[in-house]
Write a protein that binds this ligand. Structure first.
Ligand SMILES: *Cc1c(COP(=O)(O)O)cnc(C)c1O
Length: 377
């Protein structure tokens, strides 16, 4: 029997501001493709938000990553360090360049790239490192910058899940040679599909624009000095993005309230679950909410998730480490990634959730874990 309660989705967009009005303006004016006032407005507003001089908007976060790597000159024969726990797009973008992603283990607690392991994997061919601010927790940018200074490699931050996160008081997206954000529908802010690259380097910004727009020279129409791509964002996407950005503080605050409620509701049961660890010097943005079974494996985790779904709560496993996936199989040592990823469950977090919803998710989690652990014995 299906209980007559509404399902709590993992994520859902919050489009309650000027989104509709701005999209209507696009349609009424006919500017629905990749020309129009919203694109430049959105780029400059986002650059300011991310603490960068320039922002170049794209049609999604994956193309933003690819574009950043192309514009930085990453190509065949190059190696790029990537944490093994991330969404697969981080590694795929490296592969698109003909370069090789070299997978790095992660730290316990944050699941962000492990600096010591990264350092041990630098070779003569290493050109770049892509730290991911995973689930909204900033990576160790000070350590990463020191590593880049020491070795002469470039840094592209993958901030796809971390809009508004800060290290001390400096926003992520301003630490690398370039940074990338995603605006997919389940991210901190959305444009439907969409992405953006930020940088302080005017020449890099120019190259990003060149490669984004089919490689057409900005001074000479239909002159193509390089092979570019069509990675442009539409005016409709930018219209939604501008409306989201007007309310970004509100959107992030609403997420913080939910994150805190989870932490309070889970406080009494620390013997069953571990939570992510947020370092002292950073301000994380809560993307989704992760819990890690102290005592369990992927099999128990999947049974807990299935039981929660039948109680109307959508969850998903933590990203599966890429060294376990067919295109990136790597039999090296990734002990932290192997251990933490198989125990991790991602819980719903979005601005339409009420406090009662959070309590219902936690009650369902606790009950399902108790039932399924008992079955395992
Ligand atoms: C979402 C995401 C991307 C890709 O963004 P899309 O907009 O979905 O293409 C890249 N990296 C990470 C870490 C992500 O979470």
């Amino acid at each position: 029997m299906t209980p007559s309660i509404t399902k709590i989705e993992l994520a859902q967009p919050d489009l309650g501001g000027n989104e509709l009005r701005y999209v209507q303006e696009c349609i009424e004016s006919g500017w629905i493709s990749s020309h129009g006032r919203f694109i430049a407005d959105f780029e400059s507003a986002f650059a300011q938000f991310a603490g960068s001089r320039f922002a170049v908007a794209t049609n999604n976060g994956t193309t933003a990553l690819h574009l950043a790597l192309v514009a930085l000159g990453i190509g065949p024969g190059d190696e790029v360090l990537v944490p093994t726990v991330t969404f697969v797009a981080t590694a795929n973008a490296v592969t698109y360049c003909g370069a090789t992603p070299v997978l790095v283990d992660v730290e316990p607690g944050t699941l962000n790239i492990d600096l010591a392991d990264a350092r041990s994997k630098v070779t003569d061919r290493t050109k770049c490192i892509i730290p991911v601010h995973l689930y909204g927790i900033p990576a160790d940018v000070a350590g990463l910058r020191a590593l880049c200074a020491e070795t002469g490699i470039l840094m592209v931050e993958d901030a796809a899940e971390a809009h508004g996160a800060m290290v001390d008081t400096v926003p992520v997206g301003s630490f690398g040679d370039a940074a990338v954000f995603s605006f997919f529908g389940n991210k901190i802010m959305t444009t439907g599909e969409g992405g953006i690259v930020t940088t302080d380097d005017p020449e890099l910004a120019e190259r990003l624009r060149l490669y984004r727009g089919q490689g057409m020279d900005s001074q000479r129409r239909y002159w193509f000095p390089v092979v570019g791509y069509n990675y442009r964002m539409t005016n409709i996407q930018a219209a939604i993005g501008l409306a989201q950005l007007e309310r970004i503080g509100e959107l992030i605050d609403a997420r913080r309230v939910i994150d805190l409620r989870y932490r309070e509701a889970l406080r009494g049961i620390g013997d069953v679950f571990e939570l992510s660890v947020v370092p002292n010097n950073v301000v994380a943005v809560p993307w989704l909410f992760n819990v890690f079974l102290r005592d369990g494996d992927a099999e128990l985790r999947d049974r807990v998730s299935a039981a929660m779904l039948s109680d109307g709560v959508d969850t998903r496993p933590i990203f599966r480490p890429m060294h376990q996936l067919p295109p990136y199989l790597d039999h090296g040592q990734f002990p932290v990634a192997d251990d933490w990823s198989q125990r991790g469950i991602t819980l719903p977090l979005h601005t339409a959730m009420s406090g009662d919803d959070v309590d219902r998710v936690v009650a369902t989690l606790v009950r399902s874990t108790r039932d399924q652990s008992a079955r395992a014995q």
